[in-house]
Design a protein around this ligand. Structure first.
Ligand SMILES: Nc1ncnc2c1ncn2[C@@H]1O[C@H](COP(=O)(O)OP(=O)(O)OP(=O)(O)O)[C@@H](O)[C@H]1O
Ligand SMILES: [Mg+2]
Length: 504
C-alpha cells in the first residue's frame, strides 16, 4: 500500500466538499452540502433511504459529475472528469455490487490492469507472493491462488478491499459493507478497517446499523433529504442523538411480543429435509409464529429457504402445509400452496430492473386481485400506493423505473410486493437489508401484524438484534444442519453465537 505521510504541522484534512449540489431531472438530491474528511478517521455518513449518501460519495469518487460546488483535495481545488481522476488521488470506493472477475484467481484480481510481469509474461508467482504478504498483514485466511468464484461474499469483499488498498489510497469509501455479512465476518471486517485507518487512510463509512456506527466511527455526518444536518464527534454521539438528527424526532423502540399460542395449529412441518448441502432438517412452524433463523454466512439458511420454496432441488423433502402433505418442486408449486419468499439477493431474484416501481410491486398479486377474470387494477394500485406511505418509499412517480431508486427504497418495494400478496407462510430472507432505521421499525410492525393475523413466518436475518426482537423461537444453523432451536429465555445473543460456531 502506498501511504502518504503527513508532517505534524499539516492539516489532517484530505477532502473538503463545499456547497455540493446535485439533481436528477427535477429531483434535488443534494442541496448545498459542505463537509470535510480527515486522514486516519472513520467518517460515517448516515441518513434515511434516499437521503443522498451514495450520491454524495459517487460525486467524491468521480462517478457522477456535480451540478455545483467545489471539491478540494489537500487544499487544492479539483475538477474530476471521471473515476480515473479521483483514483489518481487515491480516492477509491468499494462498491456494494462487487466487481471481481469470478474466473480469475484472487491474486490476478488484485493486480488486474497492473499485472506483475517477467519479461513479456504475467508473473503469477510474484503476484501470489505479494498478495500473500498483504493477506498476512491484514490477517486474511484466503489463498491468493484460489478462484474468486470459490469464495464467499464476505471473502470477496475482503479481496475487493485489499485490491483497493494495495494501490495508492487516501480515501476509501465503504457503502453499506456489512449488509451481506454475519456477526463473525463483521468483526473480521472491523479489524481490517482499524488497520487501514491506522495507516492514515480516511474511511468514509455508510451504514444503517447503529451499533456499527457507534463502535466504529470517529465522526458521524447526518444527511436528511439531501441536506447536511450536522456532524457529530464520537464523544457526543448516541443512538438517540443520531436518530433525532436523521428523522427530526424521537422514535419509540419496539417491545418484544407476547409469543405464539401453544394451541395454534401447525402451518408448516418439515421432516428430514436433505439437499446436496443441507442435512436432516426438521422443524415445524405454527400459525402466528415467527421462527428466526440465525447462523453464519454459508451455514445454509438461504439454502433452506430456497429448498422450501422449490427454487433449489431437494434430495428428500417431506413437508406438510396446514396438516396436508404437499409436493413442492418449483416456486410455482410453493406459491400455489400459500408460500412466498423474499430473497436476500435483490439484484438477481428480486427486482425487475427495467420495469416500473408499480409493476415490481404488483407482479405477484395479479391473480389475487381480479374482477370478472380481469386484474382489478384500481384496487391493486390503491393498495400499492398505501404501502408507499406506510413504508416511506420515496420516489417522484410510481411509474418511474425501479432502478432509479436508492438501494433501501428498492428493498422496500420488493417487500411491498410480498405484503400485497395474501400468502399463509412468509419466508423473509434479510428483509431489512439496506433499510433505514425508521422504516425498519415500520417493517417490524408489519411482520408482527402478519403474525397476529395468523400468518406463519420464517425470518432469516444476519442482525441478531432483529432476530431476538421479532422471533418466538430461534433456529440456529451451522454447516448445513439445524443445530438448535431455542425458545423464549434460551435465545440470547451468546447462546446463538455459541451454536452458530459449533458443528452438530
Ligand atoms: N441514477 C439515478 N437517476 C435518478 N435518480 C437517482 C439516481 N440515483 C439516485 N437517484 C435518486 O437520488 C436520491 C438519493 O439516492 P441515494 O442513492 O444517494 O440515497 P442513499 O442515501 O444512498 O439511500 P439508501 O440508504 O437507500 O442507499 C434518491 O431519491 C434516488 O431516487
Ligand atoms: Mg445508498
Amino acid at each position: 500500500m502506498v501511504i502518504v505521510l503527513f508532517p505534524n504541522n499539516m492539516s489532517l484534512e484530505v477532502i473538503r466538499l463545499e456547497h455540493i449540489r446535485k439533481s436528477f431531472h427535477q429531483n434535488v438530491v443534494l442541496n448545498d452540502v459542505s463537509l470535510s474528511f480527515d486522514a486516519g478517521e472513520v467518517h460515517a455518513l448516515v441518513g434515511e433511504n434516499g437521503a443522498g449518501k451514495s450520491t454524495l460519495t459517487k460525486i467524491l469518487c468521480g462517478v457522477y459529475p456535480k451540478d455545483g460546488g467545489e471539491i478540494y483535495f489537500r487544499g487544492e481545488k479539483m475538477a474530476f472528469k471521471g473515476v480515473a481522476d479521483a483514483q489518481r488521488l487515491g480516492i477509491r470506493m468499494v462498491y456494494q455490487e462487487l466487481y471481481l472477475m469470478k474466473d480469475l484467481t484472487v491474486a490476478q484480481n488484485i493486480f488486474i490492469g497492473r499485472e506483475l510481469k517477467k519479461g513479456p509474461f504475467i508473473d503469477d508467482k510474484a503476484m501470489n507472493q505479494k498478495t500473500q504478504e498483504l493477506f498476512d498483514e491484514y490477517g486474511i485466511p484466503i489463498s491468493p491462488s484460489s478462484l474468486v468464484k470459490e469464495l464467499s461474499v464476505a471473502q470477496m469483499q475482503m479481496v475487493e478491499i485489499i485490491k483497493n488498498i494495495s494501490q495508492n489510497v487516501s480515501v476509501l469509501v465503504l457503502d453499506e459493507p456489512t449488509t451481506a455479512l454475519s456477526f463473525k465476518e463483521v468483526n473480521d471486517l472491523f479489524a481490517m478497517i482499524e488497520k487501514i485507518k491506522a495507516k492514515g487512510v480516511c474511511i468514509v463509512y455508510i451504514s444503517h446499523k447503529m451499533e456499527e456506527i457507534l463502535s466504529l466511527a470517529d465522526r458521524i455526518s447526518v444527511l436528511r433529504d439531501g441536506t447536511l444536518i450536522g456532524t457529530l464527534e464520537k464523544s457526543e454521539s448516541t443512538r438517540e442523538s443520531i436518530i433525532r438528527m436523521m428523522v427530526g424526532r424521537e422514535i419509540a423502540s419496539l417491545e418484544k411480543g407476547e409469543g405464539v399460542d401453544e394451541d395454534s395449529p401447525i402451518a408448516l412441518k418439515v421432516n428430514a429435509l436433505e439437499t446436496s448441502f443441507l442435512h436432516d432438517i426438521s422443524f415445524s412452524l405454527r400459525k402466528g409464529e415467527i421462527l428466526g433463523l440465525a447462523g453464519l454466512m454459508g451455514s445454509g439458511r438461504t439454502e433452506l429457504a430456497r429448498a422450501l420454496f422449490g427454487a433449489d432441488k431437494a434430495k428428500h423433502m417431506d413437508i406438510e402445509v396446514g396438516g396436508n402433505k404437499v409436493h413442492i418442486k418449483s416456486p410455482h408449486d410453493a406459491i400455489a400452496h400459500g408460500l412466498c419468499y423474499l430473497s436476500e439477493d435483490r439484484k438477481r431474484f428480486g427486482i425487475m430492473a427495467d420495469h416500473s416501481i408499480y409493476a415490481n410491486e404488483a407482479i405477484s398479486s395479479l391473480n389475487d386481485n381480479t374482477k370478472f377474470f380481469l386484474v382489478d387494477d384500481k384496487t391493486l394500485f390503491g393498495k400499492a400506493k398505501g404501502y408507499q406511505e406506510e413504508l416511506g418509499i420515496k420516489y417522484p412517480s410510481i411509474f418511474d423505473p425501479i432502478e432509479n431508486l436508492s438501494g433501501g427504497n428498492q428493498q422496500k418495494c420488493i417487500l411491498a410486493r410480498w405484503l400485497l400478496k395474501d400468502a399463509d407462510i412468509f419466508i423473509f430472507d434479510e428483509p431489512t437489508k439496506g433499510i433505514d432505521i425508521l422504516a425498519k421499525q415500520e417493517i417490524y410492525l408489519k411482520i408482527k401484524e402478519l403474525a397476529r393475523k395468523g400468518k406463519a413466518i420464517l425470518l432469516i436475518s444476519s442482525e441478531l438484534e432483529e432476530i431476538l426482537l421479532l422471533s418466538d423461537c430461534v433456529g440456529v444453523m451451522a454447516e448445513g444442519s439445524l443445530v438448535a432451536i431455542l425458545g423464549g429465555e434460551e435465545a440470547t445473543q451468546e447462546t446463538i453465537m455459541e451454536y452458530a460456531l459449533r458443528r452438530k
